[in-house]
Design a protein around this ligand. Structure first.
Ligand code: EPZ
Length: 416
């Protein structure tokens, strides 16, 4: 099994170009089903989750291929509407294909995505919204049998601003007659990117980024060439790497407006950040300061995906920093692994208290999930000696080439 060997204790100095956004390209790949023309996605990251989405599209009858960093999808031919259980289990977020398949085929069959490392991953809001649009959905034996001879636009109110449910309903609404409004919609930048992609294909979607998204359905969509937005969590990862190890980095293509709550905390920790249209420059002292409580929340609140990564950067903070994880039930699985490196973290329910330590020691650690794995690498940069990170399949789901990027920033990181 390959491992990431990181020798810590070196300040960072260098530049990386930020990859395309995983959580933007996944719903956009589902949205390609809404047109039978060819779509080219520029700046698409090569990730395990993108591979899984490509296999879902191929399983439906589409053809997808790489041309450099552009992924081209030809969805002119669909010969079925089912997603296999294996693919559903490989990527929980494949539920977002449901709305697009229903809009294109009028029926869909997929297994219930079930939970993952972060805890239960229910899709009750997805299913309730699709039923309001006219879908008949029968849940039986872990399978979802869905039929939608005619989808009709409706006013839908989400009980919580679910990213996946907002995306699923935007895609289904494109295939519905009339206008659909989604109130209490998620406001993440990835929702805006999905809107921009759909409109580039001739849809009429508005309001993304606000709490109410409107979709004028029933329009025939055409193909397009679209550049995916930069990955804000990969950006947060490299900013936190600099905060952890100290030094100065430049993240080309990064957009600070996508992660203002993260950069605000890093400034409070003592980092100096400057942004311009080319990217973000970040200079960090040798050890970060303690920060006020970090509470994860739906966008524009502090992103849950950056919680583990920021925690790793604050393990040597000069004081005590408190985290509150309010989105997922089981998102502190990285704590035990960080403790093996000498971190002092006390978890009680949704709260984690990080007491700064003077030194961290390299250790053998295992990734527990995607962002928890990235957190281990961020911590290893500040640890004395060598850290061996295993179970890299988690990291490969969301980072195109983490070790190469860390090396470009001056870290001693080698994949065996
Ligand atoms: C998306 O997941 C992201 N994944 C996650 O990133 C991210 O952490 C999450 O949004 C929150 O920002 C992708 O975009 C592929 P949600 P999603 O629906 O859509 C509950 C990463 O590391 N909920 O906003 O699954 C749910 O249990 C991944 O890149 C329901 O109760 O998130 C959770 O507690 C991890 N019923 C909360 O809402 C539903 O029908 C937020 O979930 C749907 C969600």
């Amino acid at each position: 099994m390959s491992q990431l060997i990181i020798k810590g204790g070196r300040r960072l100095h260098g530049e990386v170009a930020v990859q395309g956004a995983k959580n933007s390209v996944l719903p956009i790949l589902a949205a390609t089903l809404l047109t039978s023309d060819t779509v080219a996605l520029e700046g698409c990251p090569r990730l395990r989750d993108v591979d899984a989405s490509m296999r879902i599209l191929e399983g439906l009858g589409c053809s997808v291929r790489w041309e450099g960093n552009t992924l081209t999808a030809d969805t002119s031919v669909l010969h079925q509407w089912e997603i296999s259980d294996i693919l559903m289990r490989e990527m929980r977020s494949s539920a977002v294909f449901l709305g697009a398949i229903l809009a294109r085929c009028g029926q869909a069959e997929l297994s219930y995505p079930g939970g993952c490392e972060l805890g239960p991953r229910p899709i009750d809001l997805h299913l309730a919204g699709l039923r309001e649009l006219g879908a008949e959905i029968e849940e039986c034996g872990g399978l979802l049998h869905c039929k939608a001879s005619r989808l009709r636009g409706k006013e839908i109110v989400l009980s919580l601003p679910s990213v996946g449910a907002t995306e699923n309903l935007m895609l289904a609404a494109c295939g519905a007659e009339g206008v659909t409004t989604i109130a209490n919609a998620a406001r993440e930048p990835e929702i805006v990117d999905l809107q921009e992609f759909l409109n580039a294909c001739g849809a009429r979607v508005s309001g993304a980024g606000s709490s109410t998204v409107a979709v004028e359905g029933g329009r025939k969509l055409h193909g397009c060439t679209y550049r995916v937005m930069p990955d804000r969590i990969a950006t947060a990862t490299y900013l936190c790497a600099a905060a952890s190890a100290g030094g100065e980095v430049f993240l080309r293509g990064a957009r600070e407006d996508h992660l203002a709550t993260v950069t605000a905390v890093l400034r409070e920790a003592g980092c100096t950040l400057e942004s311009d249209p080319a990217g973000i420059r970040c200079a960090c002292r040798e050890r970060p300061m303690a920060v006020r409580p970090v509470r994860t929340a739906p966008y524009p609140g502090f992103p849950t995906d950056a919680q583990a990564i920021l925690m790793a950067a604050l393990l040597r903070n000069r004081g005590t920093s408190v985290f509150e994880e309010n989105i997922f039930e089981n998102r502190y699985r990285h704590v035990d692994e960080l403790t093996r490196m000498g971190a002092r973290i006390r978890v009680s329910g949704r709260t984690a208290v990080v007491s700064g330590v003077d030194r961290l020691c390299g250790a053998a650690v295992r990734c527990t999930d995607l962002r928890g794995g990235a957190a281990l690498c961020v911590a290893a940069l500040a640890a004395e000696g060598e850290t061996q990170v295993s179970a890299l399949r988690h990291i490969d789901r969301g980072y195109e080439n983490l070790e190469q990027d860390l090396k470009a920033l001056g870290a001693d990181a080698v994949r065996t």
